[in-house]
Design a protein around this ligand. Structure first.
Ligand SMILES: [Zn+2]
Length: 383
């Protein structure tokens, strides 16, 4: 004797069980990571302030403002344009938790495309998060995807047409924030996020706008500053200073005919000097082996060591890899140098920051040493 089961109901039942099991993970991914504003932050705003249509939705995201006592200019640092580029995100978080501004104003958006942090790229086996050790225990950060979550913007067209230029790209690029600038107030979610960021740059009088990214070791534009033509003098001087400190870094001109990118459109649409900075993230590459949170944090991969030995990469790839400490340290060194040189070129618009850890400090003590301790924890030991 058997219990009567309606035809076709078993797959439905199995789907319901799997959905119930996955629900906590799904819900957890839609909550923001803990970010603990440090003593330098004097205002926390929301991106929807510059486009109210974003309010309360998946594209709204915190905007942290650090203002100095002395007058000066305004700089914007963006992390998390692409949720799978962990060092740019983490560098922005440490600026919020650690930096102080003496003159001028620093605006930091750590999760520029917040929706991108709520999912992973399909079939990449990426982790959903990674842990950064700190003196008070590990801090968890989301590892997301390159594009807006299709749950929030769907379906993709066959061909994505950039609103301002008519440039056409693959349909999936419709959800890429860094192909959507200067954005559209009544466009797709991604275009609206882009519009709000461009509006912020315009209305807040941003002088210098820096977009922090990562790319795979085999990508030609990596460990590089990409500069709009108006920012090229600034980028070239900063590049020379970084090389003098032993930090090998390239310099690329923003292509005039490649539309939708921050370093092109911010520079064209606003008075800001627009730059993008890339570090090396082996978790994004095609040649990588085992893919997990350790690869994101430690950046070691024997297949990349072999590829470098055969001259197949754009960057060296030592056995010690490209740990997130080195990648974040490079972002800090570059931001610090860009701000310093911009202040020399235009002293009345200088943004003077302090308490941004040096390259040496981050690479020797690890980036977690510069994050705030979570509430109700006591430091275990200084690393
Ligand atoms: Zn990117």
């Amino acid at each position: 004797m058997s219990f009567p089961v309606p035809r076709g109901s078993l797959p439905l039942l199995a789907a319901a069980v799997l959905a119930a099991a996955a629900a906590p993970e799904f819900r957890a991914r839609h909550g923001p990571d803990l970010i603990l504003p440090g003593p330098g932050v004097n205002a926390e705003r929301r991106l929807s302030e510059w486009l109210p249509a974003l309010e309360g939705g998946a594209g709204d995201t915190p905007v942290f403002v650090l203002t100095g006592d002395a007058p000066g200019g305004t700089a914007l640092v963006l992390g998390g344009t692409h949720g799978d580029e962990a060092a740019g995100y983490l560098a922005a978080v440490v600026l919020i938790e650690r930096a102080r501004v003496k003159a001028g104003r620093l605006i930091v958006i750590p999760r520029a495309n917040a929706s991108g942090f709520t999912h992973n790229i399909g079939q990449e086996a990426h982790p959903s998060s990674f842990l950064v050790p700190t003196p008070a225990g590990p801090r968890r950060f989301s590892y997301g995807a390159r594009a807006t979550n299709p749950v929030h913007q769907w379906p993709d067209p066959q061909v994505y047409t950039h609103a301002g230029s008519g440039q056409t790209l693959s349909g999936s690029e419709t959800r890429n924030l860094n192909r959507a600038y200067p954005g559209l107030a009544d466009g797709s979610l991604t275009e609206r996020i882009a519009f709000a960021i461009t509006e912020l740059i315009r209305r807040e009088g941003v002088d210098l706008a820096i977009d922090l990214h990562e790319a795979s070791p085999e990508y030609p534009v990596v460990n590089t500053i990409v500069a709009h033509e108006r920012a090229m003098d600034l980028a070239a001087l900063a590049n020379v200073n970084l090389q003098a400190q032993g930090i090998e870094i390239g310099l690329e001109a923003s292509p005039a005919n490649l539309h939708g990118l921050s370093h092109r459109e911010w520079g064209d649409a606003t008075p800001a000097l627009a730059l993008l900075v890339e570090t090396t993230n082996p978790a994004q590459g095609r040649l990588r082996g085992r893919t997990d949170a350790a690869l994101v944090v430690e950046g070691r991969d024997r297949f990349y060591v072999e590829a470098a030995a055969r001259g197949r990469l754009s960057v060296p790839f030592p056995e010690t890899g490209w740990p997130i400490d080195v990648r974040v340290a490079r972002h800090f060194a570059t931001v610090r140098e860009l701000l310093a040189v911009a202040g020399e070129l235009q002293p009345e618009r200088a943004v003077a920051i302090e308490d941004v850890p040096t390259y040496e400090a981050v690479t020797t003590r690890s980036v977690g040493a510069f994050l705030q301790a979570p509430p109700n924890t006591t430091p275990r030991s200084q690393p």
